[in-house]
Write a protein that binds this ligand. Structure first.
Ligand code: 5AD
Ligand code: SF4
Length: 438
């Protein structure tokens, strides 16, 4: 979502004459768009701000040029005051729900008084209504935010505090944005939300649409060939959404469905509101309509009170599901969340050991999944140049990165590809025809 938000920030600043640059030293303004989900992510912000201070000084000393520095995103939301205290060279602090106001905020900077501009409101107005309709092309595979915030309040998670209450964009505005992206060359959309399958946006004629209905409507857009969504909560996988996995061909056979733990005791302490069997039952239902569905998930090890047995339950859940890919993290106490104050915090060394065992298992599953696709012929959406000369890269329906010999003019095409060799994090493939060439 930060990638999407960053793109929208460039859209909102374009009328002021700002354009993105790949070279920080050329920039007149640097915006750090930040993540607060784990401590590591937020600590990075302060080290990055140290580097930006040097960049700001270099521009002033060598070119007499004033570089504006802004901090956006969830660290800005949660630690605005701390940022201006620890890094007084920051000009603007702006939260995730107010970045549509960036032009005004830029106008308020007064380099002479070094007054900082801080905007971390949760405003009445909806930023999506105020962001420009026009935007730059986003490439063949683009993100589209449809939902933000979260009302689930998992005991470890800062999202309900930094992104705020759950909000769904009206379907018509999502569909308009999707149409514009497709007109600019996008063929795959990933619908985004912190709890995207809690989507309940205004539909047509005063009705409320769930995510399944939204996906069905988006699938009717000519030229939109692939749809994905992330991230979901198991409890919000409703019948219509599950059915969509079976009957909407554009909906890709890959699902990121975090479970966090395989222990019922820990799931309860996490306030996840579902148990292990409910999670497994959702996956069974999904696989009954889409047998080749590739599963992904998120896991936290070392949640306060997690015993060896609880952790063993996580490993056994992983074995039961068989993930094609997954993300796993050591529990990181976040200020203001209930679990941060829990007794029985787990020692760092134990967290590290558990993370290592879990990742060993998940990596083995990922490799086994990749191996199982060797020899298959699948559609690849070509997205970019690959790592080596003459190599291009795209994604399989299962979200695997696929490298193959090709050329830049294939970007944006969906090509038929034989998956040849499995690696840990990617596949090699060979294009077997030029079906779908634009
Ligand atoms: N510590 C570790 N991991 C966390 N996540 C969210 N909060 C924390 C935390 N406090 C993980 C969850 C979530 C993913 C986005 O980040 O697994 O699904
Ligand atoms: Fe955080 Fe996801 Fe739980 Fe919401 S559902 S509180 S975003 S982990």
């Amino acid at each position: 979502m930060n990638v999407y938000d960053s793109d929208r920030m460039t859209d909102v600043l374009a009328p002021l004459g700002y354009a993105p640059t790949q070279v920080a030293d050329d920039a007149d303004m640097v915006i750090l768009n930040t993540c607060h989900i784990r401590e590591k992510a937020s600590e990075k912000v302060f080290s990055e701000l140290g580097r930006l201070r040097q960049l700001q000084e270099r521009a002033a000393d060598q070119q007499g040029r004033r570089v504006t520095i802004a901090v956006a995103g969830c660290v800005a939301q949660a630690e605005g005051a701390e940022i201006t205290r620890r890094a007084p060279w920051v000009d603007i602090v702006v939260g995730p729900q107010t970045y549509h106001r960036l032009p005004e905020l830029v106008g308020q900077i007064d380099p002479a008084s070094r007054k900082r501009v801080i905007d971390t409101d949760f405003p009445e107005e909806v930023k999506f209504d105020l962001l420009p309709g026009e935007h730059a092309p986003r490439g063949p595979a683009a993100f589209l935010s449809v939902q933000e915030g979260c009302d689930k309040f998992c005991a470890f998670c800062v999202v309900p505090y930094t992104r705020g209450a759950e909000f769904s964009r009206p379907a018509a505005t999502v569909i308009d944005e999707a149409r514009r992206l497709v007109a600019l060359g996008t063929r795959e959309l990933t619908l985004l939300g912190q709890n995207v399958n809690a989507y309940h946006g205004e539909g047509s004629g005063g009705t409320v649409w769930g995510l399944g209905r939204l996906i069905r409507e988006l699938a009717a857009i000519d030229g939109l060939d692939r749809i994905r969504y992330t991230t979901s909560h198991p409890l919000d996988m409703d019948d219509d959404l599950i059915a969509a996995h079976g009957d909407v061909p554009q909906l890709m056979p890959y699902l990121h469905l975090p479970v966090q733990s395989g222990s019922n005791r820990i799931l309860q302490m996490m306030n996840r509101r579902h148990d292990r069997d409910q999670y497994l039952a959702v996956i069974d239902r999904l696989r009954s309509v889409r047998p080749d569905l590739a599963m992904s998930g998120d896991f936290i090890v070392g949640f306060p009170g997690e015993t060896d047995q609880d952790f063993a339950d996580t490993l056994s859940l992983v074995s039961a599901v068989g993930y094609a890919s997954a993300y796993s993290f050591k529990y990181s106490p976040r200020p203001g969340t209930p679990a941060a104050n829990a007794e029985q915090q787990i020692e760092e060394a134990v967290k590290s050991d558990r993370l290592e065992s879990l990742q060993q298992l998940l990596n083995a599953q990922q490799f086994a999944f990749n191996k199982s696709t060797e020899g298959q012929i699948v559609d690849i959406l070509v997205e970019r140049a690959g790592g080596r000369d003459g190599q291009m890269a795209g994604r399989s329906p299962y979200m695997q990165a696929v490298n193959f010999t090709g050329s830049a003019d294939q970007i944006g095409n969906i090509l038929s590809c034989r998956l040849s060799t499995a690696r840990q994090n990617s596949m090699s493939g060979e294009i077997i025809d030029l079906k779908g060439a634009a």
